[in-house]
Design a protein around this ligand. Structure first.
Ligand code: NOJ
Length: 806
């Protein structure tokens, strides 16, 4: 079954049944001001750090039927001579009334909910105008009946304490601080202030509208009524002619604004705009309030939003025979890359933003790699931040707050008996920088001076280095951080956070990342003519290649780890965790896999790890807690990193398959996790079909196929790269654009429009012989270029014709 459909021309997903298995969300605004809005109108909004400055009280863990953060009530008089009102919500939640029509248009930067109940059509568009610290809701009400109807509209916001954790930890101090105020403005309109006394500064949350407010509540108690034995589903106050105009000086602060729209004739529409924002003072907010009370300004801001996405998506558009593939790459996957770039793992329906985690070093490095062709400048800004939390010794802080730039060692500090660093973080940044250089050709960036993380007492960095120096130090760190087999030490963990082996363990994945980073630096050094670096890194590469092949080859696949005593994990000798997917993928990507081993390793992935819902991270899962293995054993078999389909790993295998020329299998793996392709059997998957989740339960789990942790996953970046750079083969290189597809043989061909360094390339690949790959010549603007070669960058529009040949 499905809960909606893709509307590609409008770049929307349209939810048509609001009873989705879990809430499906959409992002509005940015980390500077924004958050997410769910498909029943609830919204979690923050300004800056979601832990330190949260605005709406959105408690994810409450049932789906509950009021969350924001909502909308409508009421009309009872008919047939009955007293009172029929109160309902156009989002159904929280009244849980029947809707005769429901559509939630999940758009790029906005959500629009259209519904019909009691003969009233409500059309609400929710978004944050670019650059504004204010959520705008444009609410259009139409009387669809043959009779005149008197309609009242009551938008409601529930505030939280600005300190998100404090809201949950103290039920006296917090309500004692919560205060609201009603301010009547010269134009007769009211603004409702709610004070946020943040540690050293104060701020004002405000809620207002562009028409007169009949009456209001700012305290939840009188709104729900009878000491809150009234409920969000049925607030007793809405049976009174007017609200009580309560001004809360404590308690659970809300803003419920009753607007009397008067009588709407049959077919008549009225519009109201609400604004929810935060500024240092009401005075500071006034310009924004004045601006967006005007419907024309709201429409202009929506147009601006659309124009932004037009431009963003135009960087790369594809046209293949597979509509689900096109939908994801052209709209939703590209958009998810933008979201992960900016929101990292900060705030989602699953990642609640209560911790001081900030951004992950490895997460952001990988997010950058997918987003680079689409948001080059934003990616560069993040790269600079990443390099500035790299340490002098070349390793990196595991996490950092992008606002304060304070770093942390993450969970590695939690266990005294484990090393306090992650072995992979710094290496990902080498790949991110190398992607940036290949995308832009901006080699001058290598000379830019960026400080290392360590600071002196006055907070000044103690050492700085060029970007190239940062990259060299990163590989040098790993070069000397080796264990008994000459493989990199694991540290607290590698990319797999949950495998926390005792001190002295070695990681094959880190060896592969190290080799890939070396490879990128060798290509760069060759390009720069730095032969000493080339020779040094070539030697390092050969050394690690020998070690991995000497010790980690297990017969049919590569082992993943060596314990401190030299015992392998990810080996046929293990009862649990016999085979891991990522060493197989990465030995191929790094070209460490020798001879037939690349194909054999990938065959083993197909044989032991593949399922119809995706490739499992490992198998068999551990069953029961084992402190010598760490976090992975806290999950039941089949969940998350313990034998679950941890999606992030899937695109790595897809990429590896294209590298051995297996376009058929690469595509099959792509298809089996493409959420858009799951749209019609969503009851198993449960999450949004328009974004990649982080995890799906594996076949060792009774709920095989169930997805969770949608949106903020590195899967977005890697699936975008797998689809565009590897299956379609659009590969930026230092010298120009290389086109090297590895497609399913059944495709007759495909087209890509790709912006590259200011040039626009219209690429047509023909596949009359139904091959996977084979670029023997290119026709660029009518000129033949022999061989599988790169197209040197030139400004302007260019046509590229390729016919795959044996
Ligand atoms: C999620 C974390 O954000 C990421 O850094 C890690 O690599 C994966 N989990 C795998 O453990």
């Amino acid at each position: 079954m499905n809960y909606g459909y893709f509307d590609d021309p409008n770049r929307e997903y349209v939810i048509t049944d609001f009873r989705t298995p879990v809430k499906w969300i959409n992002y509005i605004g940015t980390l500077a001001f924004g958050g997410y809005v769910d498909h029943t109108g609830g919204a979690l909004l923050c300004k800056g750090d979601p832990m330190l400055n949260r605005i709406t009280k959105y408690i994810t863990q409450l049932p789906a039927s509950e009021f969350k953060g924001t909502g909308l009530y409508l009421r009309i008089p009872e008919t047939h001579g009955k007293a009172g009102y029929r109160v309902f919500s156009p989002f159904s939640v929280p009244c849980l009334n029947r809707l005769d029509r429901y559509e939630c248009h999940v758009g790029l930067g906005y959500t629009r909910i259209l519904s019909e109940a009691e003969g009233i059509l409500t059309d609400v568009t929710i978004f944050v105008p670019r650059g504004a610290a204010c959520e705008v809701r444009r609410i259009r009400i139409t009387n669809q009946t043959e009779e005149p109807i008197h309609v009242d509209v009551i938008p409601v916001v529930e505030y939280t304490h600005f300190n998100a954790l404090m809201q949950l930890t103290n039920a006296d101090w917090v309500p004692q601080t919560m205060q609201s105020e009603c301010v009547e403005q010269a134009n007769g309109l009211k603004v409702f202030k709610q004070y946020a006394f943040m540690n050293k500064k104060t701020a004002v949350n405000y809620f207002t509208s562009n028409i007169a407010v009949d009456s209001f509540e700012t305290d939840r108690r009188p709104f729900l009524g009878e000491n809150e034995y009234g409920s969000w589903a049925n607030p007793f106050s809405l049976q009174q002619a007017h609200l009580s105009n309560s001004v809360a000086l404590r308690g659970d602060n809300i803003a419920a604004l009753l607007h009397d729209l008067g009588i709407l004739k049959p077919g008549e529409s009225r519009e109201i705009i609400t604004l929810l924002g935060q500024e240092a003072s009401l005075e500071a907010a006034q310009a924004t309030i004045d601006r967006y009370r005007n419907p024309d300004a709201v429409q202009a801001a929506l147009d601006e939003e659309r124009a932004f996405w037009d431009q963003f998506l135009a960087h790369q558009q594809v046209n293949t025979p597979d509509p689900a593939f096109n939908t994801m790459l052209n709209v939703h996957n590209a958009r998810q890359c933008y979201i992960t770039l900016h929101w990292s793992r900060y705030l989602s329906y699953y990642q609640l933003g209560y911790g001081a985690r900030g951004m992950g070093y490895r997460d952001s490095s990988q997010d950058v790699m997918g987003a680079l062709p689409l948001a080059t400048e934003d990616s560069l800004a993040l790269i600079r931040k990443l390099l500035s939390v790299q340490k002098k010794n070349g390793s990196a802080m595991h996490q950092f707050n992008p606002l304060s730039m304070v770093g942390s060692e993450g969970d590695s500090l939690e266990r005294e008996d484990r090393p306090h660093y992650y072995s992979d973080d710094h290496l990902w940044a080498v790949l991110a920088v190398s992607h940036y250089l290949r995308e832009t050709g901006n080699l001058a960036f290598l000379d830019e001076i960026i400080p290392y993380y360590e600071k002196d007492r006055s907070g000044q960095p103690v050492e700085s280095g060029s970007v190239l120096d940062h990259l060299v130090r990163a590989v040098q760190f790993t070069h000397i951080d080796l264990g008994q087999h000459g493989l990199p030490l694991l540290g607290f963990a590698d990319w797999n956070d949950t495998l926390n082996l005792p001190k002295g363990a070695e990681s094959v994945l880190t060896a592969c990342l190290y080799a890939t980073a070396l490879h990128e630096l060798i290509v760069l050094a060759v390009h720069l003519g730095q032969s000493a670096l080339v020779d040094r890194f070539q030697q390092y590469y050969e050394e690690i290649k020998n070690k991995v092949n000497q010790y980690a080859w297990d017969g049919n696949w590569y082992a993943a780890y060596f314990d401190a005593d030299g015992t392998p994990l990810g080996s046929k000798h293990n009862a649990n965790g016999q085979i891991y997917a990522y060493p197989q993928a990465w030995t191929v990507i790094s070209a460490l896999a020798e001879g037939d081993r690349a194909k054999m390793a990938l065959e083993s992935v197909s044989k032991y790890l593949n399922t119809r819902n995706g490739i499992k991270l490992s198998t068999p899962g551990f069953n029961g807690f084992d402190p010598t293995k760490g976090g992975v054993t806290t999950y039941p078999p089949g969940a998350k990193e313990n034998g679950g389909i941890f999606l992030h790993v899937n695109p790595w295998v897809i990429i590896a398959e294209t590298m051995v020329g297996n376009g058929e299998r690469a595509y099959e793996y792509y298809q089996q996790i493409n959420p858009a392709a799951k749209n019609d059997r969503i009851e198993e998957f449960e999450c949004e079909p328009y974004v990649y989740p982080q995890n799906i339960l594996g076949d060792e789990h009774p709920l095989f196929g169930l997805a969770r942790n949608s949106w903020l996953s590195g899967t977005a970046s890697w699936m975008y790269q797998a689809g565009t750079c590897y299956i379609l083969g659009i590969q930026p290189t230092l010298a120009g654009l290389r086109i090297n597809p590895c497609i399913p043989p059944q495709w007759d061909g495909f087209e890509v429009t790709r912006q590259f360094r200011g040039g626009m390339y219209h690429i047509h690949v023909h596949n009359p012989k139904h091959l996977c790959q084979g670029v023997r010549q290119l026709l660029v603007d009518g000129h033949v270029i022999q061989g599988d070669t790169v197209i040197a960058y030139e400004e302007g529009h260019h046509t590229v014709e390729i016919t795959l040949e044996e």
